[in-house]
Design a protein around this ligand. Structure first.
Ligand code: NAD
Length: 243
């Protein structure tokens, strides 16, 4: 029970990695403040997490909604201990076919969303002189990927954001790290063709796709006391896909 009564915010927690991460924190005693776009699936996810969890419908790319959410969490719980910037989307296309609107949307959710949530939560953490932020980046943000210029740029940007916020807030006792998942089985990757899935699998030394739990385990570690001396780091959770 590493997180008894710790206040943990997780974005995009109605499905996939975010949902499994919220469940893992809840099993270790945390109070969960989760957000996502769809109120029905979000409420259902919060209910499944138990009585200490609560949901708010928030689009992380909207500053007013994000800042209201963080203030509400701080007011209700008295503090914010952990923020997991997990919400993310893909809109894949080769560069010459990529629409400007798809570039803008992916950057707005994956990168600006993390900036806005960080800004809103870190104010409270700074007053406490303690806090943990974990950003969900991707291995492709480090090595690039054909057909994902927008997504890769957002994840590479998120890694830069991680390192900068880590430097700015170290003095306040706040650590900021990222996980970089490889190929993880969620609704995001379910839509890929068998050919693309096989191509990913062929690059994974450990010989299997990752599970959301594999990523959640790394996120909980970075959010825990055991990771007190880690900041500005990117932990690859990819079965060795990237070394
Ligand atoms: P997912 O689609 O299963 O879940 C993403 C969740 O984010 C959904 O519930 C969705 O509704 C929510 N969301 C989307 N836009 C939002 C917004 N504007 N505001 C709030 N919530 C929003 O995807 P996943 O695979 O669980 O991905 C989670 C994170 O992990 C993403 O940041 C993704 O880029 C990253 N990631 C995933 C993989 C993978 O292989 N699945 C690999 C590397 C990184």
């Amino acid at each position: 029970m590493r997180f008894t009564d710790k206040v943990v915010m997780v974005t995009g927690a109605a499905a996939g990695i975010g949902r499994v991460t919220a469940e893992a924190f809840a099993r270790e005693g945390a109070i969960l403040a989760i957000c996502d776009l769809n109120p029905e699936t979000g409420e259902a996810a919060a209910k499944a997490l138990g009585p200490k969890a609560f949901f708010q419908a928030v689009d992380v790319s909207q500053e007013a909604a994000v800042s209201e959410w963080a203030d509400e969490v701080a007011k209700r719980c008295g503090r914010i201990d952990v923020l997991v910037n997990n919400a993310g989307i893909t809109r894949d296309a080769l560069l010459l076919r990529m629409k400007e609107s798809d570039w803008d949307l992916v950057l707005a959710i994956n990168l600006k969303g993390a900036f806005l949530c960080t800004k809103a939560a870190v104010r409270h953490m700074a007053q406490q002189r303690a806090g943990r932020i974990v950003n969900v980046a991707s291995v492709v943000g480090v090595v690039g990927n054909i057909g994902q210029a927008n997504y890769v740029a957002s994840k590479a940007g998120l890694i830069g954001l991680t390192k900068t916020v880590a430097r700015e807030f170290a003095v306040r006792g706040i650590t900021v790290n990222a996980v970089a998942p490889g190929f993880i089985e969620t609704q995001m990757t379910a839509v890929l063709s068998d050919k693309v899935k096989q191509a990913f699998l062929a690059q994974i030394p450990l010989g299997r796709a990752g599970t959301p739990q594999d990523v959640a385990d790394a996120i909980l570690f970075l959010a825990s006391e055991q990771a007190a001396y880690l900041t500005g780091q990117v932990l690859h959770v990819s079965g060795g896909m990237v070394m």
